[in-house]
Write a protein that binds this ligand. Sequence first.
Ligand code: CU
Length: 109
Amino acid sequence: MKLSLIAATLLLSMTGTAVARDLSTFTLVVKNHVYQPDELKVPAGTKFKLIVRNEDPTPEEFESTDFNREKIVLPNSSITVYVGPLRAGSYGFFGDFHQATAQGRLIAE
Ligand SMILES: [Cu+2]
């Protein structure tokens, strides 16, 4: 990814942190290069917190073009991303380093 994108992502993360305290939190786990769950229900119309934990011995990159996030998850580590508010609908995400298997969706409702 481009440096400007990294900067923008960092900025988004930081502005997210200020209001993070009361947000609903959801967790995704990457294991064997597969997201568990691969379909996650989230609330529409409100911001929420997503924790992505990588239980593989290799790095992954949590990425979504649908809700515009991209963040490296080191082996045996977690990241936090702030998402939303989303309109009701289905939003794909994937693991950029293992796209053949690491695919999932957020279902906002
Ligand atoms: Cu990427």
